[in-house]
Design a protein around this ligand. Structure first.
Ligand code: SF4
Length: 123
């Protein structure tokens, strides 16, 4: 079975794809339950926020304050997605159309507009 995110198309590593960021912030809206924060992301974010003076005692502080658990119904796994706010489900870290955690943003945001998923053979 193959899985493909909506509004996406598969590309190969040999394909050239151009993308120009317009800095409009649109990528950071309508994100409810869509931006995963993995453990390495959480570690990086904890370090960054501590450096900014936030009280972060443990990784749980990151997950409980900034993410919500989402059950992947097909696999039964729970993943942690960045929280959103407002009627347009804007990422809680977007302020004035800018990412306030740019240096420590999650892997999914670093890769965007690309996403990586397992191949049908598991590779
Ligand atoms: S972490 Fe930053 S780049 Fe990622 S969705 Fe939130 S505001 Fe956008």
């Amino acid at each position: 079975m193959t899985f493909q995110l909506p509004n996406t198309r598969p590309v190969t590593s040999s394909e050239q794809v151009t993308f120009h960021c317009k800095r409009c912030g649109a990528c950071c809206r309508h994100l409810r339950e869509s931006v995963p924060l993995n453990t390495l992301d959480a570690y990086r974010l904890a370090k960054y926020l501590r450096g900014r003076g936030e009280q972060i005692d443990c990784m749980d502080d990151i997950f409980s304050r900034y993410t919500e658990p989402v059950l992947l119904h097909e696999s039964g796994f729970t993943v942690f997605m960045l929280k959103t706010a407002g009627t347009d489900d804007t990422c809680i870290f977007l302020k004035d159309n800018r990412c306030t955690i740019q240096q420590a943003k999650p892997t999914a945001c670093r890769l965007y507009p690309f996403a990586v998923e397992p191949a049908p053979d598991g590779g």
